[in-house]
Structures are given as C-alpha cells and as structure tokens.
Design a binder for this molecule. Structure first.
Ligand SMILES: NC(=O)c1ccc[n+]([C@@H]2O[C@H](COP(=O)([O-])OP(=O)(O)OC[C@H]3O[C@@H](n4cnc5c(N)ncnc54)[C@H](OP(=O)(O)O)[C@@H]3O)[C@@H](O)[C@H]2O)c1
Length: 290
C-alpha cells in the first residue's frame, strides 16, 4: 500500500482521517504535544515548525501523499498568540507545500470557513475570502503561500466539525454534551450560523479529494444551523432533559477573536465529486449509538 502522511493525527480531524484512510493506505500520523496511539498507523512525534525536522520526516518516511491538518485551530488562542499561530498555521503549511512540490506528491490542506467574513453566505469556491480574525488570516495566508509554492495543492475548506475522536483531542460537541448533562447553563448563539459536518463525513470527503485532486473545494454540511438550534437538536437526540440552554447573541459574550455571523459553506462541487454528508440528526444519532 502507498504511504499517506497525515499531519495532526493526534487531533480531532487527523484521527478521523486516519480511521478512514488506513484501509487503503499505510498511514504515518504526526503528533506533537500529545501521543497518537491509533491502532494501524505509524506515529511520528514532531514539531512541524522545525524545518529541518520536517525535511527529515519526508526523507525517512517517503510519503506518496500528504493531508496537512496540523494547526492551532482555536481562534481565541491565535488572536492572543499571533506569532505562535503564524509559525504553525502559515509558515509550516507553506514549507510542507514546498517539500511536496519538490517531491511531486499530492498535498491536501484543511483550511477553514473562517477565511470568510460572514456577510454574504453561503460561500462557494468562487467567493473572495476576507477573514475577520487572526486564525482566519493565517489560514488564508497559508492557502496563498502554499499555492505559490505548489500550484497543485488542494485547498479543502472545512466547516465547523464535531464527532468521535481519539483520547487526545476533542470537538466542540464533547464539552457541549458534558455541560448539558450536568444541567449547567450553556450559552449558545442564536445569531451565529454554520454548516456543521461530522468528522466521519469530513474524512470521507477528504479521501475523495485525495483521489480527485480539485483546486479548491468546500465541504459544507447538509444544514445551515445556528449554534443554539444545534444545541437543541443535540439535546433532543441525546435526550438530556435537564439541559439548560441559554439562547444569546454574539454581542452578549466578549471574546478575543471577532466572530463572523454566518460562514455557511456550499457543497455543490464536493457533491459532484461524490461527497455524501449525512443530515445532522443522523450524524448525532450515530454518535449516540457508539
Ligand atoms: N475543528 C473544526 O471545527 C475545524 C473547522 C474548520 C477547519 N478546521 C481545520 O482542520 C484542521 C484540524 O483541526 P482539528 O480540530 O483537528 O484541530 P486539533 O484537534 O486542535 O488538532 C490539531 C493538531 O495539530 C497538531 N499540532 C499543533 N501544533 C503543532 C506543531 N507545532 N507541530 C506538530 N503538530 C502540531 C496537534 O498535535 P498535538 O495535539 O499532539 O500537539 C494536533 O494533532 C486544522 O487545519 C483546522 O484549521 C477545523
């Protein structure tokens, strides 16, 4: 089997991709501050911001393709730690694209819906990015820099994701469910909309992208939904009758990173490629059954 390098295998999305990819690929999965004990993959501990280590990784592991998911993906952290964010979210991504170009191997990059400002949703691949926060800016700079270094890089813009994960990562769903179970108040925006996608569906989409190698593709989920409505749906599916959901507005809660109102992504191009995301309720019911 050919070797697939997944950066960020200890993270939420990398773990999900590794689960799917290992049937068809020999998977090498990187981790950094956490371990990546995923049965059936070869873990490699590395700080991807160290260029010499990165070159050694490619020289020793000889991947035939790369899916670069590793990132600092928490917008508030990036807003307050801009240099740290730039080094992994932009610089390391561009270096990886450069190496992939030199080796002439496919490189997929998981970017974000947060490259858009949220004023004109839904966003298709033709829309112009204009990020509101540092995280979105750094991911957009990565997109541009990677394309400059390696024209064949596949930019996969991902929506808000949720779902199963390994022991070293989390999605926004796990803390949400925990608070719901405890009966503690959960503030959820009624005026912030996304097109969420399960990690399982995201991994399926990315594996399709690895076969088709489009230029840019958006993996919007089936439904556009507010954070509050998502919480209500999760409460219903998980039957947390004591959950204490508090509908609120973005302006009610101050955070370091500005938040776009609606960065819903389209998925028409992905659907044409064979992507088949499930309705949210089906994804949540699947998670409940695990
Ligand atoms: N989660 C979402 O809802 C969402 C939405 C849109 C786009 N995305 C994009 O999807 C990708 C994956 O996000 P995620 O939610 O899976 O993130 P995550 O759970 O926070 O995982 C991030 C991964 O990056 C690794 N990493 C961070 N800094 C590193 C460094 N200096 N060197 C090597 N590895 C490093 C982490 O390793 P350790 O944990 O071992 O340190 C971890 O494996 C990111 O590119 C993100 O921008 C995510």
């Amino acid at each position: 089997m050919k070797r697939l390098l997944i950066t960020g295998a200890s993270g939420f999305l990398g773990w999900n991709i590794a689960q799917k990819a290992k049937a068809e690929w020999t998977v090498i999965g990187t981790h950094h501050s956490h371990s990546a004990n995923i049965p059936g993959i070869t873990p490699v501990k590395i700080d991807l911001t160290k260029f010499n280590d990165l070159k050694t990784l490619f020289r020793e592991k000889k991947p035939a393709a790369v899916i670069h998911t590793a990132a600092l993906s928490e917008p508030n952290f990036c807003q307050e730690n801009q240099n740290t964010s730039y080094r992994i979210n932009t610089e390391a991504a561009i270096n990886i694209a450069g190496i992939c170009s030199d080796l002439d191997i496919p490189c997929l990059f998981t970017s974000t819906d947060l490259v858009f400002n949220g004023l004109n949703p839904p966003y298709s691949e033709e829309d112009q990015p204009s990020p509101l926060n540092v995280y979105g800016e750094h991911k957009l700079l990565a997109e541009i820099g990677m394309k400059n270094r390696c024209a064949s890089v596949v930019i996969c813009r991902m929506p808000l994701m949720f779902g199963r994960t390994g022991s070293t990562a989390s999605s926004f769903l796990q803390p949400l469910l925990k608070r719901m179970r405890s009966g503690a108040a959960v503030n959820l925006f009624v005026d912030e909309f996304r097109t969420p996608l399960s990690g399982k569906n995201a991994a399926e989409g990315l594996i399709i992208a690895l076969e088709k190698l489009p230029d840019v593709v958006h993996f919007g989920g089936v439904e556009r939904i507010s954070r509050y409505e998502f919480g209500k749906l999760a409460m219903e599916v998980f039957n947390y009758q004591n959950a204490n959901l508090n509908p609120c507005k973005q302006q009610d809660i101050q955070m370091p990173a500005p938040r776009p109102r609606d960065v819903s992504l389209t998925n028409a191009k992905a659907l044409q490629m064979g992507f088949r995301p499930e309705p949210l309720k089906v994804s949540l019911e699947r998670l409940k059954a695990v």
